[in-house]
Design a protein around this ligand. Sequence first.
Ligand SMILES: Cc1cc2nc3c(=O)[nH]c(=O)nc-3n(C[C@H](O)[C@H](O)[C@H](O)COP(=O)(O)O)c2cc1C
Length: 396
Amino acid sequence: MAATRAEDTTLFSPYKMGKFNLSHRVVLAPMTRCRALNGIPNAAMAEYYSQRSTPGGFLITEGTAVSSTAAGFPHIPGIYTEEQVQAWKRVVDAVHAKGGIIFCQLWHVGRASHPVYQPGGAAPISSTTKAISNRWRVLLPDGSYGKYPAPRALETSEIPKVVEDYRLAAVNSIRAGFDGIEIHGAHGYLIDQFLKDGINDRTDEYGVSIGNRCTFLMQILEAIVEAIGAHRVGVRISPAIDHLDATDSDPLNLGLAVIERLNKFQLLFGSKLTYLHITQPRYTAYGQTESGRHGTEDEETRLMRTWRRAYQGTLVCSGGFTRELGIHAAANGEADLISFGRLFISNPDLVMRLKLNVPLTKYIRKTFYTHDPVVGYTDYPFMNNANGGQNPLSRL
Ligand SMILES: Cc1cc2nc3c(=O)[nH]c(=O)nc-3n(C[C@H](O)[C@H](O)[C@H](O)COP(=O)(O)O)c2cc1C
């Protein structure tokens, strides 16, 4: 439900996202930054998120581990221990102090992990025993890249425990002061490993049919909504993104199947989810390349329009948005909100820069996943140099 008449809508006009009054439509996309040493959020993260906060602006955290088996990158934060919950409070408070609204992205990487990140050096868990192909590499704690190992397929009887981990992580997020949570069902991680028929080869009630492949996501959603309410829950999917071999033979209908279930769920539950977040097909293989697939614009438009029309609620889009594309998408109603990733890394005051149409600082890919609390993290300059920072590009 837009707060302004359609013809007045711009990327910078307000939007009512459920109970949240957003002052503009530029969202901080969830981005793993590997700065939470030993899984504990810290002062550097509070600074990073605070820098990117605006009054009435919406932020989504980096993927946050829901359990001890959920990580697949070094130094990602978790939200399953009391220490983590308490430590997140400082980050949330810093965002709230600036008038921002922040959701925690709940993440389990499934097979996109390595024994080095698993309790007891065990194999990672997944829907399948198939490993991610050599096209992809896992980032190891020493900064080198390794081969993804073969995962262990979850027994049917183990799945309720994983669902419970998500539920507890959502409850913990609210205890930490977050305004809500986003279920990360995208980009080839655990939930996507159930959704996509290029990965899910199960023969139990979580596999075979498209409906069964949606069951894991829907059970997680139901458990979380019962615990914290639909108005604090967003869902992210990427039916057309093949990151980490997450291919599906029919992305259009997979997306529609999820959307139909979300619509039905909202009706049955009598309350809307906060939003659905979809990654644009053009944005793929983000860890590896600068650009998405080319020549897919028609396919992309068809998919996104179909999903947009089908979903009955707030739609957030992400992937390869420039200022111009974002303005266009908001004005044409292609999405209610646009999440920006890489440009928000290198432009802490992105909202103001987009509004004033001033040049943007280029991001430095090689510091995306390093662990320094400042370099490539909180030292990107503000327009007015308010953080006193140099342009990090000058160091290269
Ligand atoms: C460094 C980096 C880390 C990312 N980590 C996550 C993540 O934790 N969760 C997620 O859903 N997406 C993640 N993404 C994808 C972003 O949310 C976003 O969809 C993507 O960067 C495309 O937007 P952009 O073209 O504006 O960068 C990540 C992207 C980057 C560049």
